[in-house]
Design a protein. Sequence first.
Length: 508
Amino acid sequence: MMTVQGVLIDTVSIQKYIFGSNKLKENLGASYMVEDIYKSLLEEVIGKIFPGENLNMNAWREKPEELLIKTKPYETGYIGGGNAFLLFKEKDKAKEFIEKWTKELLVKTPGITTAVAFMELDPENFNESTKKALFKKLRDNKSRYIPQTVLPSHGITAECLKSGLTMEVWNSSEGEYISSSTDAKLTGADKAKAKLAKDFKFIIDKGFAFTDDLSDLGQKEGQESHIAIVHIDGNDMGKRFQEAKTLCDIRKLSKSVAEATKKSFDILLEKIVDKFPDISEEIEDVYNILPVRPIILGGDDITFVSHGRFGIYFAKIFMEAFQEQKVSDGKCLTSCAGIAITGSKFPFYRGYKLAEQICKCAKKKRVDCGQKGSWLDFHMSYGGFSGTIEDIRKDHYRTVRGNLLVRPYLLNSNDEYGFNLLLGNTRKLKKKENFPNLKIKELRSILSQGEEAGKKFVAEQEHRGRKLPEFPGKEYHVNLFDCRRTPYFDMIELIECYPKFELNGEEG
């Protein structure tokens, strides 16, 4: 039996750190910093502890089946999902790493908070009980102490306008004093841009570019400006990692899931480029700037921002591609998505939290329907509603006749909750020869009124030769509502936040 020191590091409150600013550039920089602490910063600290030692920090990806700790003083167990698992032969070296690591974080990435746990274990027998014990230690450490990672504000110091923290650093590009946390994010933004150019060189080489500004996602000047914040999370991934029987299995799964995510986003970008002539008719096309920008793209956790009209469409393309990818455990990949469509000036952190909550609604619906497939949910924020998505939907989307919403929807399905069925019927509703825009607006108003108003509207439309799209086994087209809910409000909002060239296509 071989024993070493296993060190588990977890990044705490990642979302709050990344999305704490309304400036996309700072969000991108923060995302890069969170990712980079387990790359260049980790390499730097390990290099100081083992000077002159030839350590391959990426060996766990290149040869996941090999355990270098048998002959080396240190090895990376795996990195993914905002945490890292490290192996040290000596306990003193493990403690030295934790001390140096946390100090470097304070100096170079102020604002990022991590929790650490370590214990003696056998790397060749990294079984379920060992994993549970290590993660329990991590949870206990999180609850005991949250370190101060930024300088506290004092009455005699000025506040950074971007973060509300103490001004400490002069930033020449901003032309003002800012907090060390904001300065680190802005520095990270430049590095993130260089990494993006490298990761998506095949898109850049075709003459396209990514923006670092929320107002440059294709919104047309003089028109109402919306963005879509898309949060996508893989289904049952925690359970699948728990079921991995060895450290080698965990490594392979972590690597293959990250590759699947990257490949799926590549496919999305290729689709955008292919459809760009159609897309550019609906956006302000300036120098081939793409109407999408990835923010978090690691493991099975994906967040990107796009032009408001394309959030649902882009999420659908990504999720379909994700389902087709193969991973090491041989099981299918599925995901759930939450799409928050907000004003460009809407507080970005609130928008992200809304997208995260909407994603949880999709996951709950998936569980209620047998835990199969990929589900998506969306919400158009009108600015005046506050609270959780559950409170908003309870207070503002229920009428005397019932629920205005059927969402979430199952991807690639034509059943009752099928997104394909919803999309096909939305195309039918949108046809001018069927229902003119004026009548669609009238329908939206009628849905909030009583049963008599609904019957009168349906009878009037039938008299004029118009028939509402039908759903198999339901009487929506007769009474607007069935079992105290209606899909027509979902369809009306989809008309407002889905590409016109897609809605004008085949009904399907």
